[in-house]
Write a protein that binds this ligand. Sequence first.
Ligand code: SF4
Ligand code: SF4
Length: 485
Amino acid sequence: MIYRQYGKTGKKVSLLGMGGNRFNSNEYNTVNGFDKCSELIVAAFENGINYFDTAPLYCEGKSEEIFGAAFKKIKGNFYVSTKTMVTMDPKADDVRRRIELSLKKLNVDKIAFYHMWGILNIDQYLQIIKPGGPYEGALKAKNEGLIEHICFSTHCSGDEIERIVQEGYFDGITLGYNAINFKFREKGLQAAVKAGLGIVTMNPLGGGVIPQNAERFAFIKENDSQTIAQAALLFNASQNGITVVLSGISNEKELQEDLECFKEESTMSQDRVDKIKIKIDNSFDTLCNGCNYCKGCPKKIETNKLMLAYNQYILCNNNEEVLRDYLKNVWNILPDDKFDCIDCKKCEAKCTQHIQITSRINEINKIADRYIEKYKKKLDACFKINDDIKIGIYAAGPYAEHMLKLYEEIYGKPHFSVSFFDSDSRKWGKEFYYQGTIINPPDKIEELGIDRIIIASEAHYDEIYESLKYLEDRGIEILGFGGQE
Ligand code: SF4
Ligand code: SF4
């Protein structure tokens, strides 16, 4: 195993880091399977990996516990990274609580690398560092010895990362970096190298797109015995300045495959990496490389972000789900967001890859239209209102906001009022964005005379329905507006 210094922290970490978001749900939800996952972590440690990355929501909230079970068995030094997200823990005290919970689940006394998780843009960064915000909470915990280094993980562009790095709040960065998007992040990566930060790269396989398009990416392989996944890991690992390459390892076979790449003799020369970068640029003339020369749209459309998302669409055989997921998860752009392009073609004139940006934006808008059409049916079912009916929405989260925004987009301002419910006691009594109404505890559903509850959740519909189904016997209708059909 190759080890590198993590920035200026004095910590020597393994170049291959184990990402904790790929354990198999069929396994970790059973007692034996849970043990098998934790044994995999022990095996990774025994093979030289000492950097472990997890987060409170990974693997349905089980990832930290799996690592905690493994850490009980590990004898020796290791470093754990976990996270807090500003949308989940907006205040200093929230972060403090989150750290205590993570320490307990992880079975450790302190967390080596604590991340402000998934910063999407400068607004979120400013929310993090403002007085009373998450950074302040993390700093307090650091002074108390509960965490050692405050870092951030991000999907921001190179320019935005450069600003965050230069303002100097963080000891390290975790960023998505791979053979598809390296150009988009290069400026940020170089700024982090210059500032002496520890640099962890995640998503080296481009969300699976690189192995799924093995033939197209075959030229990044050094020889026929190498797999495309190994070549993609090496592309990251061989670059100066990168401290850790995270790989989401889910079984022993993957562990052994990954370990193969991290022997001293395996890494590529910088010269070869540079040649591959040039070849990637030349080979994918229909793909956006994220260079951002197209910026400056009069309608403020972030064309580089849309075109990077469109890459995934092309590489996954025009799969609309992939495009929508990427827009939502990486850029926080909702699947029904549309773009008011006036076809001035200023962006196209500057595009280094000569991409027909306007026709791709047009296609993204059409996909949004199809999405809206699909959800219209669900909205019609949920809000088929007669004036006397009282509607409750559960849970009061981003999905509820999304649902109401969709309603407004399709039908205009609603003429009815709704009440919001949530099981999270920290939300009770707080205003929710819609009509200034407040969030209520679930036991108020009957008291408020609600006739119909709409479950607004993509991931937790079954769980919420189970907790509310007793209301059906009391004459309250329950409908869903989530991922379920
Ligand atoms: S063509 Fe559309 S996206 Fe490009 S600069 Fe003009 S308005 Fe912006
Ligand atoms: S100029 Fe072209 S290649 Fe560069 S980010 Fe914009 S769309 Fe992508």
